[in-house]
Design a binder for this molecule. Sequence first.
Ligand code: GTP
Ligand code: MG
Length: 307
Amino acid sequence: MIQHPTSNIQEPSPHRSGFVALIGRPGVGKSTLVNRLVGQKIAITAAVPQITRSRLSGILTLPHAQIVFVDTPGLHRPRHRLGEWMVEQATRALRDADAVLVVLDATDGATPEDRAVIARLGGIRAPVIAVLNKIDRIPANEVATVEATLAGLHAFAGVVPVSGLTGANLDGLIQMVTTLLPEGPQYFPPEMVTDQPEQFLVRELVREAAIKMTREEVPYSIAVEIEEFGRREGKDLIYVRAILHVERDAHKKMLIGKEGRMLKAIGRRARLDVEALLQSRVYLDLWVKTSKGWREREELIKAFYPE
Ligand SMILES: Nc1nc2c(ncn2[C@@H]2O[C@H](COP(=O)(O)OP(=O)(O)OP(=O)(O)O)[C@@H](O)[C@H]2O)c(=O)[nH]1
Ligand SMILES: [Mg+2]
């Protein structure tokens, strides 16, 4: 029997896993990043800020690591109960994380709101990476300037410039995150990309379509509830009846539109996304209802966003 000298034996690298919270002010591109990192659309995104309302996970399984990215609502100064609830969601994800990504928009540099986010990292023991997003929008020398400013603001484990839109340097980010995670098992089966229930994703896709077709206050006024969700006997068809709740009658009128045209257009747009998600034909039956001031009402927030 041949004896190998111990110095030549290669230790297999340990399997690593953990929860990685993405936090940052609204609109910096957290949800876009999560979708791109896991290679599938899980989180809805929009050109207007404060769109993500609850925590949601995007799971990336690699040969030697499993990273559970946790998207969160943007940290902001809340103006209603829903806003407070959203900030609580982000704060909880931050507290439970094995590593944290603080996301910033490189085009804006480090704004006072970003600095307020960084100030919350004081008591966090998990390593924190500053992620400078949207670098596709500015020249490299400007990116370098913001990087230098950031490095002075906190003891970051690293500052990584990326683009969630083009995917630039996401490999580098994944590599850095992996080295920071503790040794641990595969928590989820490798084919799983999110632990959100299917119906949550459907609700969000309907909300995204409605957000993209409306303006001003209306996008923020919408919450989607599913009343019925079922396969029609003997047919390759899933029937979904959803209610779009809005805060005011005026919003309801806008969402329905003249002769129901707006709601029809929202339905057409959402149906394509929902069919792609469910891999089936879908009949989307949309209704609009005024739930007066629901963003201030605890019981309705809980009903629309059950935990
Ligand atoms: N040019 C460019 N745009 C980006 C990039 N990442 C995100 N965006 C855009 O920025 C806007 C906001 O993106 P989201 O991913 O919704 O931002 P968020 O941080 O999740 O926002 P909240 O959920 O509201 O906190 C969208 O219009 C995105 O398309 C990027 O890398 N480059
Ligand atoms: Mg988001």
